[in-house]
Each structure stands twice: as C-alpha cells, then as structure tokens.
Design a protein around this ligand. Structure first.
Ligand code: ADP
Ligand code: TRP
Length: 323
C-alpha cells in the first residue's frame, strides 16, 4: 500500500494552546511516522482576523517553533507557510465557482459570526473553500483536526466529488481524522478552549501565568467537605490529558469522597501540566535561540510543498479547460 498523505493546518492567530495541541498538533505528530505528513501555518486563513503584519509574522514563527518543540520532525514531515505556495488561492477560485452559496451559508463559523450580529468579510464566508483548496492541492488522504473542523472537511469532500463528476478524476477525496477522546478540550471557563474566547492555556505558558490561569478555572461553589462530580469538572478533564491514569483515578475518587477543596485539585493540575511540557519547553528554548534553523525548515518545507502543488495545478487547469 502507498503511504497516505496526511495534511493539516493551524492559523497563526496567537500562541497555540492545549486545545490545539491535543486536538491537532499531537495527533499530527503521531501521523508523521505513518505516512507523508504535510503541516502548514495557515496565514492566509489568519488574515480573516489578523490585520497586524508584525503580529502575523511573529505568530507564524511561534506556531512553527511550538510545533517543532513538541516533536514535529522536519526530516519526516513537511512544515511550511501556506502563503509560500500562493497557487492555493488560484485553486480556491476554481473551487469557488463550483461552490453553492447555501453550502457556505450553512457553515458554523460564518453562522456564529452572523448570529453575534457581526458583519462577516467575504474572506470569512469563503474560508471553507480556501481550506478545501489546501486539502485538495496536496492530494491529501487524511486530515487530522479537532471536531470543530469536521464540517469543513465535509465541504471539501463534497467539492472534490462534484469536481470529479464534472471534470473527471482530478481530486483525491479526503477524510477527517478526529481524535475522539480529546475531541474538544475545555477552557478555563468551561466552554471549548479557543483563542476567540480568551479562555486558553498556552502550551508554553510562563510558570507564574500558568499557575494563575489554573487557579482561575471556573468551578461551582461546593464547600470543601462536599462530594463533587468528577464527570463535569474542567479540572478533571484537563488533568486527564496530562496526568498518569492512576493519578486521574485517585483524583476522581477524591472528588466523589469529598473532603478536599478545588484549590488542592488545581494545584495538582498545575504540577501535572508543568511536568507534562517540561522537555518540550527545553527544546523550544534551544530552537528559539537559532532563528536560521527555522528559516531553513520553512524554506525547505515550501520547496517540498510546491513540488506536489504545481503538478496538481497543471492537472486541474487542464481538466477545466484553462490551458
Ligand atoms: P482557535 O479556536 O483557538 O482559534 P484554531 O481554529 O486555530 O483554534 O484551531 C487549530 C486546530 O486546533 C484545529 O484542528 C482545531 O480543531 C483544533 N482545536 C482548537 N481548539 C480546540 C479544542 N478546544 N479542542 C480540540 N481541538 C481544538
Ligand atoms: N481552518 C483550520 C482551523 O481553523 C485551519 C486550516 C486551514 C486547516 N486549512 C486547513 C486545517 C486544511 C486542516 C486542513 O483550525
């Protein structure tokens, strides 16, 4: 069997958080040994919200560094910047012409925006089409993402199938891969952890900030002696992601038994998180000290990505009668 092509993207909209790590980065890193993995920093997508060029550049580098620090191996996986292969915007236009408006009107990011009374940009509306172009340009088979992105992969599949019906077999039809046990990482306030909700714990938080954030996790006001429900607690949910199963079982039992306050459990969570990312922290500091290394990784990644993208574009243009 040929190795599958795996592809995913992450927007440089801020520092990656635990949701990004457990939902997308860690599964992506695991995939690098099982196929040809392509990961990119989705700066074109981030332009829907980031309009500060200095922040865009800084976040792009910091997302790439975080990814490398967590174990992405550029010898195995291709790491690149989306805008280094601008042909993706051409493919997005070609797909736009096949995309029914109602399909995009039904997409949740757009719907949520409108529901909040905000005026969406055309970029936000067309966002799923650019994402489809990302996926199809690189002939991807598997797209590891958090659950919130599943709908976008469905749009991609629909567009690929439609194009294949009209123009012949031009696109590979991809599948989403969602890591079910951590499909949604909960944030400090009990909602989904997201940069847009300001409830995140970044992967590489300073010690003091991390402690403060963990201590600020929202809980109910159950007194110390009362039994507590571990199944609805954000503390336990986050602890599960970073502690040994035995420590998790102990915490769950102690929740049910009562007698310990949330403060104690939060302290344990802080320690587990700090420990969990210790080796990655050291690695990140080393990588950050050598900016030329990252430049090289991204330049090489761009070259490898283009080598796949250009033949796809030739094939698609020809099939659509453009050349
Ligand atoms: P954010 O919502 O913070 O802006 P992104 O949209 O940049 O995050 O998400 C990048 C990747 O991380 C996507 O694959 C997304 O599904 C995943 N992801 C983001 N937040 C979470 C979360 N809370 N739980 C699981 N996966 C998440
Ligand atoms: N839309 C994704 C997000 O918000 C990022 C992304 C852009 C992506 N293009 C992609 C993910 C292609 C997977 C495949 O997280």
């Amino acid at each position: 069997m040929v190795a599958p092509r795996i592809l995913s993207g992450i927007k440089p909209t801020g520092r990656p958080h635990l949701g990004n790590y457990f939902g997308m980065m860690r599964p992506g890193i695991e995939w690098q040994d099982r196929g040809e993995a392509f990961y990119f920093i989705a700066d074109y997508h981030a332009l829907t919200t980031v309009h500060d060029p200095v922040a865009m550049r800084e976040h792009t580098r910091s997302v790439a560094l975080d990814f490398l620090a967590c174990g992405l191996d550029p010898q195995k996986a291709v790491l690149f910047r989306q805008s280094d292969v601008p042909e993706v915007t051409e493919l997005a236009w070609l797909l736009t012409c096949l995309t029914p408006m109602p399909m995009l009107e039904n997409c949740h990011a757009y719907k949520d925006h409108v529901a909040k009374g905000k005026v969406p940009s055309h970029g936000l509306f067309a966002y799923p089409v650019l994402m489809a172009a990302d996926i199809l340009l690189y002939n991807s088979n598997i797209v590891p993402v958090g659950r919130d992105q599943k709908q976008h992969v469905e749009v991609t599949r629909d567009l690929a199938e439609k194009a294949n019906r009209i123009f012949g077999p031009v696109f590979t039809v991809p599948e989403a891969s969602i890591v079910s046990e951590v499909a949604t990482v909960i944030g400090l306030d009990g909602q989904k952890m997201s940069k847009s909700y300001n409830n995140t714990i970044a992967l590489f938080e300073e010690e003091k900030v991390l402690r403060k954030k963990v201590m600020s996790i929202t809980t109910d006001s159950a007194p110390m002696e009362a039994p507590k429900d571990p199944t609805t607690s954000s503390i336990v949910a986050l602890f599960r992601l970073c502690a040994e199963p035995a420590a998790v079982a102990t915490m769950e039992d102690q929740f049910r038994a009562g007698g310990l306050g949330y403060g104690e459990f939060k302290k344990r969570l802080f320690e587990a998180l700090w420990e969990r990312f210790a080796t990655f922290r050291t690695r990140r500091a080393e990588l950050a000290a050598d900016p030329a290394y990252l430049d090289n990784v991204l330049a090489e990644g761009a070259a490898r990505a283009r080598a796949v993208a250009l033949p796809t574009m030739d094939r698609v243009r020809k099939a659509m009668g453009l050349r």
